[in-house]
Design a protein around this ligand. Structure first.
Ligand code: NAG
Ligand code: NAG
Ligand code: NAG
Length: 763
C-alpha cells in the first residue's frame, strides 16, 4: 500500500517529464536473472518498462514480483545481492487454526502438495473436508473442516478458515463473528458475519490469501457466474398460472453494465487483449438472456478512452455487433499509458449515471440496476483513492435510503466487481471498492488467458434449463467441445430386419428428438430405434414412442409422376427418460415457442409470424446443418432461396430420378426450403446420413432450428462429409414454421403428465 503511494508521486512526475521531452537513461539487465524462472520486459530497457518475473505453476517470484525502470536508469525496487531473486514454492495458510480437533502432520509451514488430515476431539462432529491438499494456487482443496457440538444455537459453527483468527463464539440470532488473517495474509470475503433468523450466516466464508494466492478459472466462473446470473434473471419475464391460464409478466427495469479495463503500463499488452476477448465473450453470453443491457465500456490509464458510450443506448439501440467491432478496433498503441487513474474511471461512471438520471427522471431511474466490472491491478498512481467516488455512486443508486432499518433496501441495484489482473495486484486498495450482496465480488487471477472460457462457463450451468439453443462458441476441436457447440445434436439409428439406417436428429425438449419421417421404414417400432445423445448418463437412449406426421405418405403421388413424395417428412421421437440437461446436452430452439421469442428478444406478446419474419426475412438466408464422418462433425453452409429466388431454386427438383411430372409444385410444396447450387454462393450439399438433421441459424448465441434436412435431387456423396454443390444439385428441407400444428400437438400437449410441455405461442 505504501508502495503505491510512492508510485503515484513517481508517475505524476514522469508524465511531466514526458511532456518536457527530457532525455532518459536505459536500465540494464545485470543481476536481474531469477533462479528457477524467467522474466520479461514490457518496454525493453526503456524508462517505464516493467520487468515481470514468471515462475512455474506452484511457485512465485521472491522477493520482488516486478521491477520498474526509472528515468535515471535504475530499477525500483533495486535487486539486492544478499536476497537473490528466485522462485519460491507456494505455501498454503496455516490449517492448525481449527478448533476442537487435531491437524496432522503438524508443521510450521505447509507447501504445495502437502497433505493434511483432520480429526475432531471426542464428542465433536466434523463438517467439511477431513483431508486436504495444498494446491498450486495457494489454497487448500475441499472446504474448511469444522468440529462442533450441538449447542442448540440458531446458526451452525461457521468455523475458522485456514490462516484466520475468529472472534465471537456464540451463534444465536444476531450474534456476530469477525475474522482477521494472521501474519502477512490478507482477507478476501466477509470479515464480519451475523447469524440470521433463518439459521444462515450473512455474507460468505472469508479466506486468507497470500500475495501468491489466486483464484482458478473454475472458482471465478462459479462465483462470478452465480452472482451475475442473479442480476440477469431478476429482469427476466416470469410466468404464472391464474385460473388455468398462463400469464407472462414482463418486468420493468433497465440494466446498465459499465466495464473498465486498465491499459496502464503495469498491465501487459497480452492481458489487455485477453481482457478484450473476455469482455466480448461476456457481453455475448449476457445477450443470451432476455434482458438487453446498456453498456459503457472504457479503457483507462492516465486518461480514459471511451469505447462504447452508454448514452448512445438512449438515442438508438446499439447492436451487439457494433459494440463488438468497436471493442475489436480499439488500439492501445500510441495511447499514453503511463500511470493509472482509477478514480477518474469511477468519476466517469458516476457522471454517466447522473446524466441518465436527469434524462429518464427520478422515478424511472429507480428501476435502473447498475453493474460495474473492472479489470485492473489497482496500482492507481494518479487521482487518489476512488473510495470517495464509490461512496457517491452508492448514494446516487441507493437514493439516500439506508440499507438498514425500515426503509426499502436498494443494495441489489448496485454491484461492483473487481478482477485483479497483472503481475502485482494492490489488493488492499481494490478490495474495499467492491460493492454488492450475495456472492464474491473480488477475484484475483494469475493469468487471464482462461477468462474467456471462464465467462463462457458462467451462465451455462445445469440450472439454466429454460435457455434453449444456448451453446459454447469456442472450438478447441476436441470432441467434447463439439458436443458443447451442438448440445442438441442427436443420432438416430434404426435396426430392423437386418438393415440399419442412420439419421441425425435434434433434441427439442428434454424428452423429444425431432428428425425426418423417412428415417423410419413402414413397420418400424420404438424398440428398433435408438437415439445417441451423450449427456453423461449413458449415450444410448431407449425410445418410448414414435410420432410420424399424419400427412406424411411417401407413396401419395406415385401415380402422379412423383415416385417418392416427401411432404411432411417430420417425426418426433419420445425417449423413455428425460435427457440430463447440461452444457453438453440441451434442446435447440424451435419456431413458435415462448422460449424462442425470448431467445430472439421479442418483447411483450410476440407472434409466430414475427419470429418467421425475423428468421426467414431475406431472399437469401444463410443457414447451417451438420454432417458427420466417423466421429468428426462439420458444419455445412447453405443459403435458403426465398421470395424471388425460390422458383429458380426449386425447378431443379424436376431433374431428380423418379420424377416424371412437369409441375414442380407437385414435388416441392410450400412446406420446403430450397438450398444448393453455386450462385450467388457456393452451397454445401447434403450427403447420405445428413437427413433429419437440424437446419439452423445462430441468433446472438442461441441456436434456432428453422427446418430439417429431408431430401435432395442428386446423391453426390454417400460417405458424408463437407461436399460442395454442383450447379443444379438441390436440397429440400422441411420448414418447421409449416408444421407447427404437429409440433404443438405433441410437444405442447398439456393434457398429460408424462413430460413438461413446451409453451407455444397463441398465434
Ligand atoms: C534514481 O532515482 C530515484 C528516484 O527517482 C532515486 O531514489 C535513486 O536513488 C536514483 N538512483 C540513482 C542511481 O541515482
Ligand atoms: C511438504 O512439502 C515440502 C516441500 O515440497 C516437503 O519438503 C515436505 O517433505 C512435505 N511434507 C510432507 C509431510 O509431505
Ligand atoms: C412498471 O412501470 C409502470 C409505469 O412506469 C408502473 O405503472 C407499473 O406498476 C410497473 N410495473 C411493475 C411490475 O413494476
Amino acid at each position: 500500500m505504501g508502495f503505491s503511494v510512492h508510485w503515484s508521486w513517481f508517475a505524476a512526475l514522469s508524465c511531466l517529464l514526458l511532456m518536457a521531452g527530457q532525455v532518459r537513461c536505459d536500465c540494464t539487465e545485470t543481476n536481474m536473472q531469477i533462479e528457477g524462472g524467467h522474466y520479461k520486459l514490457t518496454k525493453k530497457l526503456q524508462t517505464g518498462s516493467l520487468l515481470i518475473y514468471e515462475c512455474p505453476e506452484g511457485y512465485y517470484p521472491f522477493p520482488a514480483l516486478t521491477r520498474l525502470c526509472q528515468p535515471n536508469g535504475s530499477w525500483r525496487p533495486a535487486p539486492k545481492r544478499f536476497a537473490p531473486q528466485r522462485c519460491r514454492l507456494a505455501e498454503c495458510p496455516d490449517p492448525r487454526v481449527m478448533e476442537y480437533g487435531n491437524v496432522s502432520p503438524p508443521q510450521e509451514k505447509y507447501f504445495v502438495d502437502n497433505e493434511t488430515v483432520y480429526e475432531c476431539y471426542s464428542g465433536y462432529t466434523m463438517r467439511g473436508s477431513s483431508r486436504r491438499v495444498c494446491l498450486p494456487n495457494g489454497k487448500w482443496s475441499g472446504s474448511t473442516p469444522i468440529c462442533s457440538r450441538d449447542t442448540g444455537a440458531n446458526c451452525a459453527d461457521p468455523g475458522v478458515p485456514a490462516g484466520a483468527s475468529r472472534s465471537g463464539s456464540t451463534f444465536g440470532i444476531g450474534d456476530t463473528v469477525t475474522y482477521s488473517c494472521n501474519g502477512n495474509l490478507f482477507l478476501v470475503g466477509s470479515s464480519e458475519r451475523v447469524c440470521q433468523e433463518n439459521g444462515q450466516w450473512t455474507g460468505k466464508e472469508p479466506a486468507c490469501y497470500y500475495r501468491h494466492t489466486y483464484d482458478t478459472p473454475l472458482e471465478v466462473s462459479e462465483a462470478f457466474g452465480s452472482a451475475i446470473k442473479d442480476s440477469l434473471t431478476t429482469l427476466e419475464p416470469v410466468d404464472y398460472t391464474e385460473d388455468g391460464r398462463k400469464i407472462r409478466i414482463s418486468k420493468n427495469g433497465t440494466l446498465n453494465i459499465y466495464i473498465a479495463v486498465d491499459i496502464s503500463e503495469s498491465i501487459e499488452e497480452k492481458h489487455i487483449n485477453d481482457a478484450r476477448d473476455a469482455i466480448t465473450k461476456l457481453i455475448t453470453k449476457i445477450s443470451s438472456f432476455t434482458v438487453t443491457p446498456n453498456y459503457e465500456i472504457v479503457f483507462f490509464s492516465c486518461e480514459i478512452f471511451e469505447v462504447v458510450s452508454i448514452l448512445d443506448f438512449f438515442h438508438n439501440e446499439e447492436e451487439l455487433s457494433t459494440i463488438k467491432s468497436k471493442l475489436e478496433n480499439f488500439q492501445t498503441d500510441g495511447k499514453d499509458t503511463l500511470g493509472a487513474d482509477l478514480n477518474s474511471v469511477f468519476k466517469a461512471f458516476l457522471e454517466r449515471m447522473a446524466i441518465m438520471k436527469l434524462r429518464v427522471g427520478e422515478e424511472a431511474f429507480k428501476e435502473h440496476r447498475h453493474i460495474l466490472i473492472l479489470f485492473t491491478d489497482g496500482a492507481y498512481t494518479l487521482g487518489g483513492s476512488p473510495a470517495p467516488t464509490v461512496a457517491k455512486i452508492k448514494k446516487l443508486v441507493y437514493m439516500d435510503q439506508a440499507s438498514e432499518g425500515g426503509v426499502e433496501s436498494r443494495e441489489e441495484y448496485l454491484d461492483i466487481y473487481i478482477f485483479g489482473i497483472g503481475a502485482e495486484i494492490y489488493d488492499n486498495d481494490l478490495q474495499p471498492l467492491t460493492v454488492g450482496t450475495g456472492g464474491s465480488h473480488y477475484f484475483r487471477m494469475r493469468n487471464i488467458e482462461n477468462l474467456q472460457e471462464t465467462f463462457d462457463d458462467i451462465i451455462d450451468e445445469e440450472e439454466v434449463k429454460g435457455l434453449c439453443g444456448l451453446h459454447k462458441e469456442y472450438d478447441t476441436a476436441s470432441r467434447d467441445s463439439k458436443r458443447k457447440r451442438y448440445p442438441w445434436m442427436a443420432f438416430v439409428i434404426t435396426q430392423n430386419e437386418g438393415t440399419s439406417k442412420r439419421c441425425i436428429g435434434s433434441l427439442v425438449s428434454p424428452q423429444f428428438v425431432l428428425t425426418a419421417a423417412h428415417c423410419f421404414a413402414f413397420g418400424v417400432l420404438p424398440e428398433h430405434i435408438t437415439v445417441e445423445i451423450d449427456d453423461g448418463q449413458g449415450k444410448v437412449k431407449k425410445v418410448k414412442t414414435l410420432f410420424i406426421h399424419p400427412n406424411y405418405n411417401v407413396n401419395a403421388k406415385a401415380n402422379e409422376g412423383v415416385k417418392e413424395f416427401y411432404d411432411y417428412d417430420v417425426a418426433l421421437i419420445q425417449l423413455e427418460k428425460d435427457v440430463q440437461i447440461s452444457s453438453a446436452a440441451r434442446p435447440i430452439c424451435i419456431p413458435c415457442t415462448e422460449e424462442t421469442s425470448d431467445a430472439l428478444k421479442l418483447v411483450g406478446d410476440s407472434t409466430c409470424k414475427q419470429q418467421e419474419q425475423l428468421l426467414l426475412k431475406n431472399h437469401l438466408e444463410k443457414l447451417t446443418f451438420l454432417t458427420r464422418t466417423g466421429n468428426v462433425v462439420d458444419e455445412k453452409d447453405v443459403h435458403a432461396k426465398l421470395g424471388d429466388n425460390r422458383d429458380y431454386c426449386i425447378k431443379h427438383a424436376l431433374q431428380a430420378t423418379g420424377i416424371t411430372t412437369t409441375n414442380v409444385r407437385d414435388v416441392v410444396t410450400d412446406n420446403f426450403l430450397c438450398t444448393g447450387g453455386r450462385t450467388p454462393f457456393r452451397d454445401h450439399i447434403a450427403c447420405t446420413g445428413d437427413a433429419g438433421g437440424a437446419v439452423f441459424m445462430n441468433y446472438e448465441h442461441r441456436t434456432i432450428q428453422v427446418a430439417l434436412v429431408s431430401w435432395g435431387t442428386k446423391i453426390i456423396c454417400k460417405a458424408g462429409g463437407l461436399v460442395e454443390s454442383d450447379d443444379t444439385s438441390r436440397d429440400f428441407h422441411i420448414n418447421l414454421f409449416k408444421v407447427v400444428p404437429f409440433l404443438k400437438s405433441i410437444l405442447g400437449n398439456d393434457n398429460q403428465d408424462d413430460y413438461a410441455p413446451l409453451q407455444f405461442l397463441e398465434s
